[in-house]
Design a binder for this molecule. Structure first.
Ligand code: ATP
Length: 244
């Protein structure tokens, strides 16, 4: 469902220095899989997710969403994607429901479906009663919940999330885990970045570990972990590569 082939992204700077944020990254995620994307701060996770979502351009490689090339057919590819950024930019002067309706208009979600989906997800995340309020009056967690509802209302085939659990209370965090499991069981491919390894090891079928833009480790969560927990494995891999 999601294929990333030899992706590289270089950020340039005004003084001529450049930074290779993602270096020859190749991975794929089938429908029904949930892959955790983990790595230290600055490893290249957000850059990779933004490239997949078609928000930033990249220098080398190819990204296919259900077989559609994000560079060649960006609009068609984006119709199949939902992207939750690490710091969602919302229409602060609008009401929550207006933000959802805007997303539904963009993705062509019918009136009936948007009402049902909004109620379903917003109630579960505990934001339904607040949708009539101005977004500027929302707390950080409420904005995160609204952004998650916006990501779910149009039935994406590929769900990209950048640290989705940050800011959520324990109840909505639990609900989001359940929602992601349900989405994957309907064939959605889910790729999300996180620093919360305890959740990732329980929730995810697959894991990708990235360091300084390079993929260090990729595969099925159970096979990669063996009898270790994910935190232990992550620390070992980081140290191993530091020694080399
Ligand atoms: P974190 O866990 O802290 O969110 P990350 O793994 O998401 O980190 P990225 O945000 O992808 O990391 O950053 C990867 C590298 O690219 C870092 O060295 C960062 O400084 C650099 N970088 C990110 N955005 C830009 C930009 N717009 N211009 C220049 N360099 C950038």
């Amino acid at each position: 469902m999601l294929e990333i082939k030899s992706l590289s992204k270089i950020y340039g700077s005004k003084n001529g220095e450049s930074k290779k944020a993602v270096d020859n990254l190749t991975l794929s995620i089938d429908g029904g899989q949930i892959m955790a994307f983990i790595g230290h701060n600055g490893a290249g996770k957000t850059t990779t997710l933004k490239a997949i979502a078609g928000i930033i351009d990249f220098d080398e490689g190819q990204i296919l969403i259900d077989g559609i090339d994000i560079k060649k057919e960006p609009m068609k590819a984006k119709m199949e994607i939902a992207y939750l950024p690490d710091n969602p930019q919302l229409f602060e002067h609008s009401r929550g429901i207006e933000q959802i309706n805007f997303i539904c208009d963009v993705f062509g979600v019918s009136e009936k479906e948007r009402e049902a989906k909004t109620e379903f997800y917003a109630k579960r995340l505990g934001i339904y009663d607040d949708l009539g309020g101005k977004i500027s009056t929302y707390s950080h967690g409420m904005k995160q919940k609204l952004a998650i509802v916006c990501a779910l209302v149009h039935n994406p085939k590929v769900l990209l999330m950048d640290e989705p659990f940050v800011g959520l209370d324990p109840v909505s965090s639990h609900e989001l885990k359940e929602i992601l499991k349900e989405k994957s069981s309907t064939g959605v491919a889910i790729f999300y970045s996180t620093h919360v390894l305890e959740v990732a090891e329980k929730l995810c079928s697959h894991v990708a570990i990235i360091k300084k833009g390079k993929l260090l480790c990729l595969g099925k969560m159970d096979e990669i972990r063996g009898n270790k927990d994910l935190e232990q494995l992550f620390l070992e891999i980081e140290n191993e590569k530091n020694d080399n």
